[in-house]
Design a protein around this ligand. Structure first.
Ligand code: BTN
Length: 269
């Protein structure tokens, strides 16, 4: 099904940002927008470059997974940043990006929820016919950093947002959805991109001054706080109730024995 193409002139007209997405490079196809943006970063491109593509032939997710997106239907893009903050403060940019996506898609009438650290889900949304009920993933975020000595060289925040996807792979087990599946209508991807970048720019300007707390505060507005979760931490599973985030972005989870744990990296299963 053909959708409006992602072209630089349409994107430039839709953007309300000062610096993010200026420029926005629109590709027909590439391996991974994170790799293209990282290459531009190594070549000296300025903070704010966005690379968006109609098709990824090697889209990557966290933990070595693939990222599936039907060509021409979704948003797969990466943002190049050069934060003058210590490397340890970079991972919360994933939370910041998730919050920007959540706020943007909420403005299109769906109910997002953030699953730490990198998923945006829709609550009670419909997915493919016959799929199980419960929250479904609509967006994933992959943040990658290049350091120069003990400083940040550049950061690439890659965002895969299912917009007009209607053919989700069976191996996702009905646990994914898209804006189109959730609402029954098609979306102009340029408008969605512009809404995400507007919120991202605002949050990142705050992050420049205030660091991770800018991300944590925004994440909490949509975070799956108070829900039960099982977190895979290395070889172990930790089960309990999500209490929220620490100021540095670590997940706070109250285990069933009453002890509160801090999870710095891991995955909620
Ligand atoms: C995840 O949920 O595991 C993260 C998925 C990240 C996918 C996006 S699509 C744009 C960018 N390019 C990639 O290769 N990956 C990210």
């Amino acid at each position: 099904m053909p959708f409006e193409p992602l072209d630089p002139a349409r994107v430039a007209r839709a953007l309300t940002t000062q610096w993010l997405g200026r420029p926005c490079e629109c590709l027909e196809s590439c391996g991974s927008t994170n790799d293209v943006a990282a290459a531009r970063g190594r070549a000296g491109a300025a903070e704010g470059l966005v690379v968006v593509t109609e098709e990824q032939t090697g889209g990557r997710g966290r933990l070595g997974r693939n990222w599936h997106a039907t060509p021409g239907a979704n948003l797969t893009f990466s943002v190049l940043l050069r934060p003058a903050r210590p490397p340890v403060e970079v991972p919360p940019l994933t939370l910041l990006a998730g919050a920007a996506v959540a706020a943007a898609i909420a403005s299109f009438g769906v109910e997002p929820r953030l699953k730490w650290p990198n998923d945006v889900q829709l609550v009670g949304s419909s997915g493919p016919a016959g799929s199980p009920s419960g929250p479904k993933k609509i967006c994933g975020i992959l943040t990658e950093m290049a350091t120069e000595g003990d400083r940040v060289g550049h950061v690439v925040v890659g965002i895969g947002l299912n917009v007009n996807e209607t053919a989700l792979p069976a191996d996702l087990g009905g646990r994914a959805t898209s804006l189109a599946l959730a609402t029954g209508r098609a979306f102009d991807r340029v408008s969605v991109l512009a809404a995400v970048l507007a919120g991202f720019e605002d949050a990142y300007d705050d992050f420049r001054t205030n660091g991770p707390t800018a991300a944590v505060r925004r994440w909490a507005a949509y975070g799956a706080i108070g829900t039960r979760a099982r977190v895979r931490v290395g070889e172990h599973d930790l089960e309990g109730v999500v209490q929220g985030l620490d100021p540095d972005g670590a997940l706070r989870i109250a285990a069933d024995d009453g002890r509160v744990h801090r999870v710095v990296s891991g995955e909620i299963t």
